[in-house]
Design a protein around this ligand. Structure first.
Ligand code: ACO
Length: 329
């Protein structure tokens, strides 16, 4: 039972300064700019400094979201960081972010749903607000994927980038709710398709495993590709139906930026014209949990989203996990 509604009071995003181009990757692994562009749509991605952990990336996005909401860090009462590349396994990255931000009154935790993490985080954060327990919840999708990439594996190293996006969710009167519907899903039969095989309790790190780069991302790209389009489209249709909204009422579809061909297929199957499907994968690559808030922030800051616009967010990722959300801006 909800006691309150929820609004998005502010949004912000950040990417590290350093740009890694396809041309530079050509000098690192056996690949070409042409292969990367035609198979993925990616031209460049941003890579964090060695001294810039996930929480530092998250903090820049969070500061911008707070400034947009005109709020001080101490006014936040809950922080939720969606990431699979946190500063450490223990403690949680939310605590590192809380300290960096000076959000001294916030409970803090992190959660992991890979590239679907931001949509999962929105659903969790919104319900924390609706229940009445929290007034202002900071939901951040942040990743330093460069820290778990095998830079000798051309199958994966060309795909990912670092970055963060954040929103401040704020209590609103009951009946006023920006999140019209959310549909989440998962299928644990596919855990092996995208994983960091070692470094958890299943296979703790050893020197041998590190030498084999078993702590880095391994991916069955083609298998994921097939499952991704269906999962995103099914979740999107369900969320639209639950929200009582048709695809042609949507101002922007903001899909997780994993591959341009996946993004285009999702737009096509949902019957949404190309110009309403937002794409920035060319400049950032796949930033996992950061990708949707990063894209939404770009749209908001460039004035391409107006108050009242309907947005459809949809993502899939390791797990496999997926989700879709209908948002009224
Ligand atoms: N440069 C040149 N050649 C390459 C590269 C590269 N960087 N990478 C792979 N190849 C080669 C392969 O070795 C293969 O060669 P072969 O035929 O001689 O064996 C050939 O290109 C084709 O490989 P495929 O894997 O079949 O290529 P595909 O067209 O499927 O594209 C890709 C691969 C881009 C990974 C695609 O499958 C994809 O995007 N899948 C979805 C993956 C995804 O989105 N993952 C993220 C999930 S989100 C998360 O949770 C983090």
């Amino acid at each position: 039972m909800s006691s309150y509604g929820v609004t998005i009071a502010g949004i912000g995003s950040y990417v590290p300064e350093r740009v890694l181009t396809n041309a530079e990757l050509e000098t690192m692994v056996e690949t070409t700019d042409e292969w990367i562009r035609t198979r993925t749509g990616i031209e460049e991605r941003h890579i964090a400094r060695p001294d810039e952990p996930c929480s530092a990336i998250a903090c820049e996005a969070a500061k911008r979201a707070l400034a947009a909401a005109n709020l001080k860090p101490e006014e936040i009462d809950l922080i939720l960081v969606a990431t699979f590349t946190g500063d450490k396994t223990l403690p949680n990255t939310g605590c590192y972010l809380q300290h960096r931000l000076g959000a001294v009154n916030a409970a803090s935790f992190s959660m992991e749903a890979a590239c679907s993490g931001f949509i999962y985080g929105l659903e969790v954060g919104a319900n924390m607000v609706r229940s009445g327990g929290y007034r202002r919840v900071l939901v951040v999708g942040a990743e330093k994927i460069s820290s778990v990439v095998d830079w000798t594996d051309r199958n994966t190293c060309v795909l990912f980038g670092d970055g963060a996006g954040a929103v401040v969710l704020q209590r609103a009167p009951l009946g006023q709710d920006c999140l019209l519907a959310v549909k989440l899903g998962a299928d644990g039969r596919y855990t092996e398709l995208l994983q960091t095989p070692a470094g958890g309790s299943l296979q703790p790190l050893t020197a041998e495993l590190v030498a084999q780069r078993a702590n880095c991302i391994k991916m069955e790209g083609r298998e994921i590709f097939k499952l991704a389009v269906n999962a995103m489209c099914d979740a999107s249709r369900t969320a639209l139906e639950q929200a009582g909204v048709t695809a042609d009422q949507i101002r922007w579809v903001i899909p997780h930026q994993a591959n341009l061909r996946i993004i285009s297929s999702v737009g096509k199957y949902l019957g949404v014209p190309e110009e309403k499907v937002y794409v920035n994968i060319n400049r950032f690559g796949n930033t996992s949990a950061a990708s949707i808030p990063l894209a939404l922030d770009e749209l908001v800051r460039s004035g391409q989203v107006q108050s009242g616009d309907l947005l459809l967010l949809t993502a899939f990722g390791g797990g496999l996990t997926w989700g879709a959300a209908v948002v009224r801006w």
